[in-house]
Design a protein around this ligand. Structure first.
Ligand code: B12
Length: 452
């Protein structure tokens, strides 16, 4: 059989991957299903689970017609390039195809690298099987939309960008789960024994200035029908013994009717699966008590909200449409309904980093006074490619790399935003080290005192 080898690079710099970093590689699972439907044998190499030796890579590449690498900015590029070097060494005749968030946002720069033959922009389900078939038949990639590639005669070729299906082109998401050893991606989390990831919708209609989703999905949102999601989740429960689902959607609740229909349908089908999802605060505070009760009865156990900043001046600037009061009301409601709440925040925006840091930490304190078990994730702001804040950052003096190797070293754990006073960065560093960015236990000192 003809093989396609897909590589998921580690997200870390050599250290072991924490649970959060070893969720199911949804991107490659989504690509494996249509490749298999097109009669390709697919091998997924997930470097987060196993550090492949050169010999192992050589063996896996035997008979491959194409190799694909998925990457978000930072360490996945470092590790992806290492893998690409091995492909060149052991299978110099096969095309090295890069896809995922970084290549999508920086396609030309990515293609310039000698270890990149083809870049796929955006979603790959419709595109990758076409590339694999052409690679097998040794035909050019000329007619394949949404790709850039190096042609021996024509040099760099940029094919037109077309809208592709916003969802699986064959079957449903769970069809692809059989392409990996699923057991290795099932983790105990949030009080549940067997949790796995699932994506029930793509895109987002909001235009938050710090987020890359808009650049790729152009404010479109598409959710799978509730019945399809129910079928898949029931299958995960009955076949794999899953007791909780973490929805990786950007905005699970956008279509509230769909979310409620899902909750009710799951309960009608025997329930016994808990699930969580992301929602914007201004929407959640408008859910009726009946609606929250229905969702809860259908398994909702955790609500995830992007709080982003406790400085309302910043919220306006970044086009985040909630208020601090709506964040606090979300925390109160979750506590009242016995739901876990999870809020993520960033500090150190380019306008007044000292002020936004202090205000954000004050808001976190208030949340914790409402519910000391609320999960808080806190990051130092770093501009994402393809976002309006990327431009703001450039104007504020931030220097960005201009090559794939440069971006590989642009690691999100070493933020170097020039507007951050050293003194403030030190205090935040100490604060993050002391508290981590994760959930705090009840008897720890107050969040705010840790910042002094
Ligand atoms: C799950 C997730 C994570 C996971 C795993 C990351 C990963 N590589 O998947 C964790 C929790 C670890 C994580 C961490 C971070 N993440 Co994250 N994460 C996501 C999230 C929510 C879902 C990704 C996913 O699985 N999607 C579902 C799959 C099916 O879609 P997909 O990945 O886009 O794949 C499709 C296409 O991209 C393409 N494709 C992908 N790979 C390939 C490969 C080939 C060969 C081809 C042809 C096509 C192709 O085809 C796929 C199917 O259509 C996305 C947002 C999103 N909606 O995608 C953010 C996102 C990817 N994360 C992002 C960021 C910034 C981060 C963090 C820096 C956040 C932080 N402040 O710490 C860290 C980085 C950690 C690190 N050390 O590198 C950004 C990426 C921006 C960028 N420039 O790369 C995103 C887009 C969020 C955003 N709002 O902007 N993240």
């Amino acid at each position: 059989m003809n093989r396609v080898v897909l590589f998921y690079p580690a997200l870390t710099n050599g250290e072991e991957s924490p649970t959060l970093y070893t969720a199911l590689p949804l991107s490659l699972v989504a690509l494996a299903a249509p490749l298999r439907a097109a009669s390709f044998d697919v091998e997924i190499l997930d470097e987060r689970l196993h550090r492949y030796t050169e010999e192992e890579i050589e063996k896996r590449l035997e008979g491959a017609v194409l190799a694909g690498i998925s990457a978000i900015t930072s360490y996945q590029l470092v590790n992806g390039l290492r893998f690409a070097r091995s492909i060149r060494r052991f299978a110099p005749h096969i095309p090295i195809v890069w896809g995922g968030w970084h290549p999508t946002l920086m396609p030309m720069e990515t293609l310039r690298h000698p270890l990149v033959d083809v870049v796929v922009v955006g979603q790959g389900e419709e595109i990758l099987p076409q590339l694999a078939k052409r690679a097998l038949d040794r035909r050019s990639f000329k007619e394949v939309p949404n790709v850039l590639y190096k042609d021996t005669e024509e040099g760099v070729v940029v094919n037109p960008r077309l809208e592709v299906s916003c969802y699986p082109v064959t079957g449903t998401p769970v069809d692809g789960y059989g392409c990996v050893d699923l057991e290795r991606y099932i983790h105990p989390q949030w009080g549940h024994r067997r949790v796995v990831g699932y994506e029930s919708s793509r895109g987002c209609p909001f235009q938050c200035d710090f987020c890359s989703i808009g650049a790729v999905y152009r404010q479109r949102w598409h959710g799978l029908p509730a019945d399809t999601v129910i079928q898949d989740i029931v299958r995960l429960r009955d076949v794999y013994g899953i007791d909780a689902i973490h929805f990786f959607d950007n905005n699970f609740f956008l279509d509230t009717c769909r979310a409620e229909r899902f909750a009710e349908g799951l309960a009608e089908n025997g329930g016994a699966v808990a699930w969580d999802g992301t929602v914007v605060a201004q929407q959640f505070v408008r859910f009726s008590p009946q609606s929250i009760e229905r969702l809860r009865r259908g398994g909702l156990f955790r609500v995830i909200v992007g709080g982003e900043s406790g400085d309302e001046e910043v919220l306006k600037k970044i086009h985040k449409a909630h208020t601090n009061e709506q964040i606090l009301e979300t925390a109160r409601r979750c506590k009242g309904y016995g739901l876990m709440s999870s809020f993520s925040f960033m500090v150190g925006f380019p306008w007044n980093p000292e002020q936004d840091t202090v205000r954000t930490i004050e808001l976190i304190e208030q949340i914790r006074n409402i519910d000391k078990n609320s999960e808080i994730l806190l990051f130092v702001f770093s501009p994402y490619l393809g976002t309006p804040l990327y431009e703001v950052a450039r104007q504020a003096g931030m220097v960005f790399p201009d090559s794939l190797e440069g971006w590989a070293n642009f690691t999100y754990d070493k933020v170097n935003t020039p507007w951050m006073p050293k003194r403030l960065m030190k205090r935040i560093d100490r604060y993050l080290r002391f508290f981590g960015t994760k959930h705090q236990s009840a008897d720890e000192e107050s969040f705010f005192r840790g910042f002094q």
